[in-house]
Design a protein around this ligand. Structure first.
Ligand code: HEM
Length: 417
């Protein structure tokens, strides 16, 4: 496939509608010929968000590692998950600690990391197995259908809701709101012509309200769930406010649902396209599970990029960066970087070593839920291979129109009943 480097525009939403293999080919050309290209910001018609000055696209593995490990130079406080500059209140409301630098980030992360204590994680792990079993049992009972709605989307959502202690009759609301927040650029979730900011705010407010209500209840009557741990947890005598708990929940729902869901769906696509790899894993599930899951996350790279903003003049990839410049760290490109991965376009469930950046570069924001996500992917495939061992993709994946999330909205699957 020949690609003209000047014809590549990472700000063009049509670029993100292309099949992954075409995007990977474009990234390969950029890494070779222009590893730190600068793009004008995407245009959002009829929006109150002002167009900004543009951004550097960091494409090489080593440069992303460098930026991730130097948060004092490459800051998250101006927003890690949006290209546009948004008011700080908006960022903290939606992104909690992902949009903060230390020491504020560290304070929140310490309280929250305590809530992910070994006891809590063990309890959650048992829940994950149970959720995977019930979801795959339902799939087997209903017969072939949409793998995303029947399996991939259900598992992470139910795990987070159970972990938080959300009442079951509110799961569907959580699902709808998280779709709106992450799929805001896609007309299936926010109709064309509707105001994206209003849709985002309404969905966020609904999630935050649900959580602050639960936090109040748990302070009065503690339970064995994450909301209780968050509502009562203290670091240096400080507790989270209801607002902070609400915002953290928005972050968890968004960060934990859509990402894991897309890893699970992309895995079915990859396994269907690579029957040899699949056969190997099915024949040796436990021994290969760890390396298989890492390769699935590398291959899928559910989060395409995170943003940083330079706090001082610096240099990256031989290029001068000015204080205030924006940078997008393209994990999708780093995870195919031929300087790090032998045959990066080969799906290899035994790949070792596999220093992918799917969960972020190794900095202070490294994915808090990486362990949970790995466990979810493992348990879903354990159940699928046991109950519906010949499950496979039976039609074209319908992809999310987003530069930020490498998402599959619908995926027809088939298996022998
Ligand atoms: C395959 C699934 C997942 C992927 C690919 C993924 C990816 C990421 C990435 C790329 C980051 C940013 C890292 C950085 O800026 O250096 C991140 C942060 C985060 N993730 Fe995940 N994630 C996944 C699953 C989860 C799950 C299941 C949860 C929680 C239940 C979660 C919670 C978080 C949180 C709270 C942060 C922010 C951490 C901070 O700012 O300190 N993620 N994740």
């Amino acid at each position: 496939m020949t690609v003209n480097v000047d014809a590549i525009d990472l700000s063009d939403i049509e670029f993100w509608a292309k099949p992954p293999v075409e995007r990977d080919a474009a990234f390969a050309v950029l890494r070779r010929e222009r590893p730190l290209p600068f793009y004008a910001e995407p245009v959002i018609e009829e929006s109150w968000i002002p167009a900004g000055p543009g951004y550097w696209s960091v494409l090489r593995h080593a440069d992303i590692e460098h930026a991730s490990r130097h948060p004092e130079i490459f800051s998250s406080a101006a927003g890690a998950t949006n290209i546009f500059d948004l008011p700080v209140e908006f960022l903290e409301y939606f992104g909690s600690m992902i949009n903060m630098d230390d020491p504020r980030h560290l304070r929140l992360r310490r309280i929250v990391a305590r809530a992910f204590s070994p006891r809590m994680v063990t309890r959650i792990e048992q829940d994950i197995s149970l959720v995977a079993q019930s979801v795959v049992r339902d799939l087997a009972a209903h017969g072939p259908g949409d793998f995303v709605t029947e399996v991939a989307a259900r598992v992470p959502l139910e795990v987070i809701c159970r972990m938080m202690g959300i009442p079951e009759d509110r799961y569907a609301d959580v699902f709808r709101c998280s779709n709106t927040i992450l799929g805001a650029q896609d007309p299936e979730y926010v109709p064309e012509g509707a105001d994206i900011a209003t849709a985002l705010l309404t969905a966020g407010a609904e999630l935050a309200e649900l959580l602050s209500g639960l936090a109040v209840q748990r302070r009065e009557t503690p339970s064995d769930d994450l909301v209780t741990a968050l509502a009562l947890g203290e670091v240096d005598g400080e507790r989270l406010t209801d607002q902070e708990i609400g915002s953290f929940f928005i972050l968890l729902v968004v960060a934990g649902n859509e990402t894991t869901r897309n890893a699970i769906s992309s895995a079915l696509v990859a396994l269907s396209e690579h029957p040899d790899q699949r056969e190997r894993w099915q024949g040796n599930f436990d021994a290969m599970a760890n390396s298989a899951v890492e390769e699935i996350v590398r291959w899928a790279t559910p989060v395409t990029w995170m943003r940083r903003t330079a706090t001082q003049d610096t240099e990256l990839a031989g290029q001068s960066i000015k204080s205030g410049d924006k940078l997008l760290l393209f994990y999708a490109s780093a995870n195919r970087d031929e300087a790090v991965f032998a045959e990066p376009d080969r799906f290899d469930l035994n790949r070792s070593p596999n220093p992918h950046l799917g969960f972020g570069g190794n900095g202070p924001h490294f994915c808090l839920g990486a362990h949970l996500a790995r466990k979810e992917i493992t348990e879903v495939y354990r159940e699928l291979f046991t109950r519906v061992p010949d499950i496979r993709v039976s039609g074209e994946p319908q992809r999310l129109r987003s530069s930020f999330i490498n998402g599959i909205k619908h995926l027809p699957c088939d298996f022998t009943v």
